[in-house]
Design a protein around this ligand. Structure first.
Ligand SMILES: *[C@@H]1O[C@H](CO)[C@@H](O)[C@H](O)[C@H]1NC(C)=O
Ligand SMILES: *[C@@H]1O[C@H](CO)[C@@H](O)[C@H](O)[C@H]1NC(C)=O
Ligand SMILES: *[C@@H]1O[C@H](CO)[C@@H](O)[C@H](O)[C@H]1NC(C)=O
Ligand SMILES: [Zn+2]
Length: 416
């Protein structure tokens, strides 16, 4: 009779329901065994500097037993992390001071991580290397520079970072550089200086396209985002940003920019920081899934990724406390009817697609000369600079008139 079958159905549901969560988690683990997550931004190197002054040999710095951080080797394994852009972040107060030296030291500590734990980390520099690391069950380890202040307005430093394995640069952190505006311009806390990108900033972008270094637009102003999306020859990433329409924080990406992300085949890797997810101090895993759903709805599943910002933030959502928790988020996406193909795209394939395209643009630009024009001397800031190169020969024209007059007067007094 009908009543009986309803009761049976309700009973069956009661029995089934507690299992569905578990079922999705098992599905997530199965998918991630072959397609692990590539996360866009992790600040473990910054923790290694703060806690141990980069002394990896200290017993308490052992990455297998490391405690009090979001990241350690067992957690990475449990989280099925197969690729990680390690941030070689140095704060904005190093700008015009020791930013370059400190960035080099953070690059060095990532290299030493790979050497010290070869059974876990494999430092790679291209998309093929990521896929080899997947096959060898290693964490493909890549380097991202977080903030253009790290190159001290030098294309030579930018190129040298590329040689050292850097594969993305965030154009700004939370400060303007002499050539690009940061997100605090949009909150009114910093003045707009460059309409997004100065002419030197456009040269930095062109050189990154030529080198095959991914451009990262996390932390930049909306005008900088638009300028880059208009001008870049290659797709770009937001390595750790969420959706502005769900939380009106200027670190997040507005919907019209999400549409430009889709039309340029670029990628937004969702940040888990509570204050960017809910605009409050508290958040849950489901709130992060809402951001992923939103980018999927506005741009498409091909343009979503994961950019947890672990060890760079203080507050993380319930359910996403450390790097072991990615499978729980993937299970939530499955529960929201993301297909296996969409989940795999967000986990790794989208990033690999962008990286391949960046490599292709590099290949197409092989044979074009490096950009050599230095930033104008008067655009540099700070008072401790030597003027070599700017004082004679080809550099003279780059000196401001006052300094040029001084140099000529000096030359005159030496000759007379
Ligand atoms: C870290 O600790 C583990 C477990 O105690 C040990 O086997 C390993 O050799 C240590 N690694 C380093 C680099 O000190
Ligand atoms: C980007 O291009 C669009 C369309 O051509 C234009 O309307 C917009 O002003 C440009 N934005 C920037 C910042 O260059
Ligand atoms: C997922 O799909 C099922 C079956 O089509 C449907 O019953 C359910 O409401 C969907 N869930 C969501 C969150 O869209
Ligand atoms: Zn950041």
């Amino acid at each position: 009779m009908p009543g009986g079958s309803v009761v049976m159905a309700v009973l069956a549901l009661r029995l089934l329901l507690p299992c569905t969560g578990q079922h999705h988690l098992e599905e997530a683990e199965r998918i991630m065994t072959t397609t692990p997550v590539i996360d866009g931004h992790n600040d473990l190197p910054w923790q290694l500097l703060k806690r141990f002054n980069n002394q990896l040999g200290l017993p308490e710095a052992n990455l297998t037993t490391l405690d009090g951080t979001h990241t350690n080797i067992p957690k990475l394994r449990q989280g099925h992390v197969g690729g990680q852009f390690w941030s070689v972040y140095v704060p904005c107060d190093t700008q015009n001071k020791d930013a370059v030296k400190r960035t080099l030291e953070q690059i060095d500590v990532v290299h030493r991580m790979c050497e010290l734990y070869p059974e876990t980390f494999s430092c790679v520099v291209d998309s093929t290397g990521i896929q080899q690391a997947f096959q060898n069950k290693k964490v493909a380890s890549l380097i991202g520079v977080e903030g253009g202040h790290s190159i001290d307005s030098s294309l030579g430093v930018l190129r040298t970072f590329y040689h050292l394995g850097v594969r993305y640069m965030t154009l700004t952190h939370s400060c303007n550089t002499p050539w690009a505006d940061n997100w605090l311009v949009d909150t009114g806390d910093d003045p707009p200086l460059h309409n997004g990108l100065s002419s030197f900033g456009k040269m930095v972008l062109a050189e990154m396209n030529r080198l095959g270094m991914i451009v990262d637009l996390a932390h930049v102003s909306v005008e900088t985002m638009e300028a880059v999306l208009n001008l870049s020859k290659a797709p770009v990433i937001f390595s750790h940003s969420s959706a502005f329409s769900l939380c009106q924080n200027r670190r997040n990406v507005p919907d019209d920019v999400l549409k430009m992300v889709a039309s340029t085949d670029s990628l937004v890797m969702i940040n888990f920081y509570n204050n960017y997810v809910t605009c409050r101090d508290t958040a849950t895993l489901a709130d992060v899934a809402d951001h992923m759903d939103h980018v999927k709805k506005v741009a498409g599943a091909q343009y979503v990724g994961f950019g947890g910002d672990y060890d760079g933030v203080t507050r993380l959502p319930t359910g996403l406390e450390d790097v072991s928790t990615y499978p729980a988020l993937v299970a939530e996406l499955l529960a929201r009817n993301w297909t296996e193909a969409e989940v795999k795209a967000a986990l790794a394939e989208n990033l690999i697609r962008v990286f391949r395209k960046v490599e292709e643009v590099k290949a197409n630009l092989q044979g074009t000369a490096p950009h050599e024009t230095p930033i104008a001397f008067e655009e540099l800031e700070g008072s401790c600079r030597t003027p070599y190169g700017y004082t004679d020969g080809a550099g003279t024209a780059r000196l401001p008139p006052a300094a040029l007059g001084l140099a000529l007067a000096l030359l005159h007094s030496l000759l007379s």
